[in-house]
Design a protein around this ligand. Sequence first.
Ligand code: C2O
Ligand code: CU
Length: 463
Amino acid sequence: MAMLTRRTLMKGALVAGAYAGGIGLAGNLGGSARAKAATSLAARRTEAMLTEHGPTKGAMTYGDGEVPPVLRLRRGDPFALRLDNRLDEPTTIHWHGLRIDNRMDGVPFLTQPYVYGGDGFDYAFTPPDAGTYWYHPHCNTLTQMGRGLAGVLVVEDPSDPAFDAEIVLNLRDWRLGGDGQFIAQFRPRDAARAGTFGTVRTANWRQSPQYDAPAGGLVRLRLAATDVTRILALSVEGAEATVIARDGNPARERFALDHLMIGPGQRLDLALRMPDAEGTVAVLRDLRGTKPAALASFRAVGASLKRDVRDLPALAANPLPEPDLSAATQIPFILSASAEERPKDGICGSLGYNFWAINKVPWADDSGDPTAPLAEMKAGRTYIFNVENPTPQLHPLHLHGLVFRPMNSNKQAIRPHFSDTYLIQPDEKVQLALVADNPGDWVFHCHIIEHQKTGMTSYVRVT
Ligand code: C2O
Ligand code: CU
């Protein structure tokens, strides 16, 4: 396994490792303190300071700190990390959004064995694309992610434009009771609907944290929606926020953030132009639902840098294959409800229900009896997934290992971009166009984890 080494702290030469503290406030991109390089990342139990009631027991984290570290990789540089499982149950790591070797994809049964407690697994890959990604388990996922196992992963590109600061926010909820301790992670009747919502909302494991940033400066705000259930509608109040990338990939046309919905699994990169007056505070809000929430805030410090977002150079495009629509093969994917009992077996934690299906097949999960792939694709060819959602719920659909271009929705205007996760609305029909350029078995599932774990999962095979 390759060693992770501490590199120079010059701009663009970044540690392929972890921040020790884990809080994703990187300060100035050029000169922030880079933490010690790590060759292994522990998955372990911890106590978390989430509420005023003192530590929450039975949380799970990655690494040595309280909060899972922001892993910093560099596009085109080999990365290697040993998962050191110190939990008393099996786990794996999935690198959400990264187009890497199928054997590194972290899906038990399909791509790798379980990693039992006390064991480890060596992940090694070279990220082909820059952007904001994240990492999380793919085993007993509702419990493990619900209790904390979800971290942000940043792939930097030496040609990334310079910002005055960078702030990474891991946005998620926790299912805690009034005493600040975990309560049941899900209710079956909610799993059959929108999913079971958390009770405490956090950014980087803090309720509405505030960050300082240079007045009048441009901040790169990297947001990752890592919650198991909640869909957000994001706006920033008190500052201009421009969407510069979605789900890792640069937006082809930038646009002002205004009630943009993102579902679990999705990421958003914003250029936040801080207010000029020292002490002024801008607030990131979720405006969805009956209880709008202030997720985090940003306080202007120092004399105004008087920056203009229009001067910000474009992000370098990732080397993504452009679908050839003239030669595309169409594949239908129809989401549906299902109502089958299923055994509460499975090493990776079956929830005991099938509420959902894709093309009428509820996923057998880790029952040891995997279903056939929903589609077999030939490497290098273009495919169009014709996805229909006749259910009354939204579903953030995530495809591993490949990226697609959403097109032609009957419900929403689509701004051109590449993505790995599409938030489909009720009664929506959408086309996801992609080049099957990465061989392997790739899972396609809803990222509302209760939906994923009760049937709304499948996979496609690229040979
Ligand atoms: Cu982010 Cu299959 O997952
Ligand atoms: Cu869903």
